[in-house]
Design a protein around this ligand. Sequence first.
Ligand code: ADP
Length: 460
Amino acid sequence: MGWLIPRLLAATLAVILGGLVGMAVGNAWSWPAIGALLGAAAAALAHAFVDAWRGHRFMNWLRGQMEGSAPRDTGFWGEVGYRVERSVRALERNVATESARLDQFLSAIEASPNGVLLLDASDQIEWCNSVAADHFGLDPQRDRRQRITNLVRAPAFVAYLQGDSFGETVTFAGPGARGTISVAVRPYGEGKKLVLSQDITERERNDAMRRDFVANVSHEIRTPLTVLTGFIETLGNLPLTEVERRRVLELMSQQTQRMQTLVGDLLTLAQLEGSPRPASDRWVPVQNLLAQVHADAEALSAGRHVFDFSGGEAAQIAGAETELQSAVANLVTNAVRYTPSGGRVGVSWSVRADGAGELEVHDSGIGIAREHLPRLTERFYRVDGSRSRDTGGTGLGLSIVKHVVQRHGGELEIDSEPGRGSRFRLVFPAARVRQMEQALDARRAAIESVRAEAQGAGRL
Ligand code: ADP
């Protein structure tokens, strides 16, 4: 209201002044009253013109982008300009804050590992993040405002979206080479929908693997259990001679041994999967590994094979001794088991040009056909099931070997040819391999630095 009284006063003053001037001028022609009237009218008109011009300036500013400040003025137009400008600027600040918040919100959704898609009441795409675009095979810009069911035609998805029970999720095969996509819809606002998508290919694969694994373990355990049950019944029901009884007990012992080996291998695998990677500063002499394995292999072979262990005298591998031992033992045991009597089994150590260490176990045994090689390290995969079982195999050996070498940063390489034998190589990265001279150098350097420190301290 600060502007109202001065504005009325200014208008009144202008009219009075105009009247007075008009009256003074009219006096000269003896028409003071007419002069006063004309003067007052002229003053009112001038006042209205000035007012209209100020209003026009302000209107021009309003019609523009309102970027600069409002025209500086006094009185009514000054106050209107100041207030309008203040609210425009406050609004702009609010819009900027809200748009920064929206940007942040959208980048957070963009960073989500899950797909997020917003549909309007007619199932047209309002917005989607790049993960959802990937899951549904969409282009986030081009497909905006397109009806989703025109673009994603998987029958399960279309039926789910057009139904009204969104409590469950739906899964369907993603477009192109994508695996399985799981989708959940949450209605919001007026008929709008929030579509959340997830790529569950890996989870499904893991579930299938877990199911297979449980089925395999059950099968592996059930077989010796069935045999044992049969023997127990035989022992209980049939009158056996002492020789027969001993034979039955021997067979029973073989079956329990088989179950024990299986459980042992399963536990080893579980431990490998559940424990942290082996330390890279525990050095295991390759000779230690080979010596133990050599003794076991000779025992298993019982003189049926010729052995050749070479190299590795000065070499060391950084890692867990028990794991490395178990990997090499598995390979050497396999070599003995799959090499007929009179065959050769060899273990050699060498260092490659890039410093990687290579521990090779080779044999002149039955070999493996090419098509089996890629699956050989899968759990329970056997080329010849009955041969593997007859020789005490669990089907888990190479799986353990692969785990061990991978945990040491290396890899397992396999070359084999049916009838000509096999070569299994454990390749360890250079960072986990050193020769004894290096070890001695490192020890000498450590001693030198301790000595230097001690001398320095003495001098102080
Ligand atoms: P298993 O306990 O059956 O030996 P592994 O995982 O150790 O299980 O080996 C998987 C399969 O690979 C074996 O069943 C066998 O068919 C084949 N295999 C492994 N080592 C050799 C080898 N040295 N010579 C021939 N076949 C082998």
